[in-house]
Design a binder for this molecule. Structure first.
Ligand code: DUC
Ligand code: ZN
Ligand code: ZN
Ligand code: ZN
Length: 488
């Protein structure tokens, strides 16, 4: 395809407005957005009349090539990204997992995994232990490696989990570096207890996974992380908000003026927890993720929170395993690799449940699938906008067409799909990534190595409500009281 593209006659939607305009792209960059652009015949022209022209989706939460629970996800950086592009997502932010606690080794491993990328990507970094070396490495990641967010696990006891003392150290370090702290919020000690209870009751199947880690444990950890972030006075990003319990903690904190960001994921927004009760093990096991997909009612409540701004952006936690891998836990749910798909389905499903259902506007759709993510991670308006100078990551979306999700037709390498059989209105007809048409007429044209690493710069000032700054705060305190011993 040509390096010059004109998208004609569509309704261009940004988070800040929609307008009928043409979009002209040259060498990977959006050059002009205005009506009636005239071009020469060396330009590929796409007719978008009656369609929406929107920024490509940005998925803030994925795990490609993730070595986890004794196996590795089937979608690597090439296949996972190809699936994403077929579904209208043009950038994702993946979690670098340290190698034996080393951030540097983890970063190098992920750099290598990502070499085959066919779309742009960024990295968050997980922190799984704490010492002076980790602290120093965090600084290197922020100052030299383009990472501005760190995730702490309050779950996965004995593996990824860290305790409150170390969480506080991590939060303080994030604040001092101008990086955003993120949490996986479930109480890992209580989950461990819940798992023992299930085993004692003789419940070994996938339903035991959900029963062992109920939503109150997500609510507890969310509340704790929020309060500790408030104590350190640094903003907090809560990943995969799956329950009313967690969402309400975020709502309360935000109402009180604390800067807390909440990320629901497509599985939590669109599914109820009935899947793990399927009598067929493989069907049930495919729904096993952490935190678990909750009972009916949580999904609708999370949608409502998203539509009213309590939650701000949608991720996927895309972490795909096939049936054979899920079968590692056939005798014991604790060995089922945790994770579900979503990177390819997110844009369609969010359109269906949020826009088609009448809960949000098309501009809001762009905000929650793309723009807000770019803003939060400090890469806007290079990403998340259709503006002159922005990267040419664009989708043409036909609201009058329709989509259907099946494992047979999807582009992930997994043999299952948790959204199997879902249909709805709307379809991503064209995806342009980095100025190249990569998805058109239901066909992918992806090139390994064409995706670029997007560095995410740190924040000069982490705003969290009214931050007086430590010195000013201390000087505002009363002087210590002088006390005398009773014998004096
Ligand atoms: N939850 C999952 O289901 N998979 C990856 C990691 C996580 O926290
Ligand atoms: Zn997680
Ligand atoms: Zn995750
Ligand atoms: Zn196909």
């Amino acid at each position: 395809s040509s390096s010059k593209i004109l998208i004609k006659g569509g309704t261009v939607v940004n988070a800040h407005r929609e307008e009928v305009a043409d979009v002209y792209v040259e060498d990977g960059i959006i050059v002009a957005v205005k009506p009636n652009i005239k071009v020469g015949d060396d330009v590929t022209v796409l007719d978008a009349t009656g369609k929406f022209v929107m920024p490509g989706g940005i998925d803030p939460h994925t795990h490609l090539s993730f070595e986890f629970m004794g196996t590795e996800t089937v979608d690597d950086f090439f296949y996972g990204q190809a699936a994403a592009l077929a579904g209208g997502t043009t950038m994702h932010i993946d979690f670098v997992i340290p190698v034996s606690g080393s951030l540097t080794a983890g970063f190098e491993a992920y750099e290598k995994k990502a070499k085959k990328s066919c779309m742009d990507y960024g990295f968050h970094m997980a922190i799984t232990k704490w010492d002076e070396v980790v602290s120093k490495e965090m600084e290197i990641m922020v100052k030299e490696k383009g990472i501005n967010s760190f995730k702490f696990f309050l779950a996965y006891k004995g593996a990824l989990m860290i305790n409150d003392e170390l969480l506080l150290e991590g939060f303080k370090k994030c604040k001092s570096l101008g990086a955003l702290a993120m949490v996986h919020a479930e109480n890992g000690d209580a989950v461990y207890e819940g798992q023992k209870r299930m085993i004692e009751l003789g419940i070994f199947g996938p339903e035991g996974h959900a029963l062992s880690r109920p939503s109150l444990l997500e609510g507890e950890a969310t509340a704790r992380a929020i309060r500790l972030a408030g104590f350190v006075n640094t903003p907090l990003y809560v990943v995969h908000v799956m329950s009313i319990d967690a969402m309400e903690e975020i709502a309360t904190a935000r109402r009180k003026g604390q800067r807390v960001i909440g990320e629901p994921v497509v599985s939590g927004l669109t599914l109820d927890g009935s899947g793990v009760w399927d009598p067929d093990f493989v069907t049930a096991a495919k729904f096993v993720m952490s935190p678990p997909i909750r009972a009916s009612g949580h999904d609708k409540a999370l949608q409502a929170a998203l539509s009213t701004g309590i939650l701000q952006l949608v991720g996927t936690d895309h972490c795909s395993f096939n049936s054979t891998q899920k079968a590692l836990g056939i005798d014991d749910f604790r060995n089922i690799p945790n994770g579900v798909n979503g990177i390819e389905e997110r844009m369609h499903l969010v359109w269906d449940i949020m826009v088609e259902s009448g809960q949000i506007s098309v501009t809001d759709y762009v905000r929650i699938t793309s723009t807000e993510c770019a803003r939060i991670f400090n890469i806007y308006p290079r990403k998340g906008a259709i503006l002159p100078g922005s990267d040419a990551d664009i989708i043409i979306f036909n609201p009058n067409s329709s989509f259907e999700i099946t494992a047979k037709s999807h582009h992930s390498r997994s043999d299952t799909n948790v959204f199997e059989g879902r249909r709805g209105k709307g379809k991503v007809e064209v995806t342009i990534a980095g100025g190249r048409i990569v998805w058109e007429n239901d066909e992918l044209k992806v090139v390994p190595g064409s995706g670029k690493y997007v560095e995410m710069p740190p924040f000069a000032y982490l705003f969290n409500g009214i931050d007086k700054g430590d010195a000013e705060y201390l000087s505002s305190l009363r002087a210590p009281v002088k006390r005398f011993k009773s014998t004096d």
